[in-house]
Design a protein around this ligand. Structure first.
Ligand code: CA
Length: 238
């Protein structure tokens, strides 16, 4: 009897916790959102469409996520951004465009082939002077920036998942108080809640999600956009 009650209580609690306003995003609603909530620059669209033809096109963020990120850059009044994992440069193009004229974006990647595509679009968009591409393992670049005591207002982490936790730690140190870390792919296609998935990437993302949830140094928010985007804002010293 007690067991039945416990199960019933679990069901009731789950249903109570699911917000009444939760609305699954079907394709017609998604299209509506793109039409009414996204202003994608022509060049960005061209880059996104060119990237869509590539084998690893799923690594590119969606236009609605790009819109959120551009808004965050502006809301945070960011002047200096660090991006870890640039792929073909779409997110960098979007964020650089949202930066003020004297803003700077440091991009970390290891692929010349992919970032060459981005560089061509950055130049066409007149943004090349804002973007400092570092072709090297990101941890090396981050360590060098730390040694130079460089500081950033915003960090976007979207590279190899096994190093996610290390990227988070060093980005936290590079951020000014009040600065924002964005972590991409925090849902990992839903595998974060599928315990049958025990591969290294899934475990790394689960570990970082847990770590951020329990990190008292940051304010947090996990957005169900794209493949899940976590916002972690570095608190000011109290
Ligand atoms: Ca991603």
């Amino acid at each position: 009897m007690l067991e039945c009650w416990l199960i019933l209580r679990q069901i009731i609690t789950k249903e109570t916790l699911m917000p009444k306003t939760f609305l699954p995003l079907d394709s017609s609603l998604y299209d509506y959102m793109l039409e009414h909530g996204v202003r994608e620059p022509v060049l960005a669209r061209g880059l996104r469409e060119e990237t869509a033809k590539l084998e690893f096109s799923a690594m590119q963020i969606s236009p609605d996520q790009a819109q959120v990120m551009a808004m965050l850059v502006k809301l945070a009044n960011a002047k200096r951004i660090i991006e870890i994992g640039s792929f073909t440069g779409y997110s960098a193009l979007i964020m650089a465009q949202a930066l003020p004229q004297d803003g700077q974006l440091v991009c970390c990647d290891i692929s010349k082939e992919w970032t060459d595509i981005g560089q061509s679009y950055w130049q066409q968009a007149g943004l090349a002077q804002k973007i400092d591409l570092r072709l090297a393992p990101a941890l090396d670049t981050l360590q060098a920036l730390k040694q130079q005591q460089q500081q950033f207002d915003l960090a976007f982490i979207d590279a190899d998942k096994e190093n996610y936790s290390a990227y988070y730690d060093i980005c936290f140190e590079l951020l000014k108080p009040g600065g924002l870390i964005l972590v991409d792919n925090v849902f990992w296609g839903g595998w974060v809640v599928d315990l049958a998935q025990q591969d290294a990437d899934t475990l790394a993302i689960r570990d970082l999600n847990q770590k951020i949830a329990q990190d008292p140094r940051v304010d947090i928010c996990m957005l169900p956009i794209g493949d899940g985007l976590t916002l972690a804002r570095k608190k000011h010293a109290s």
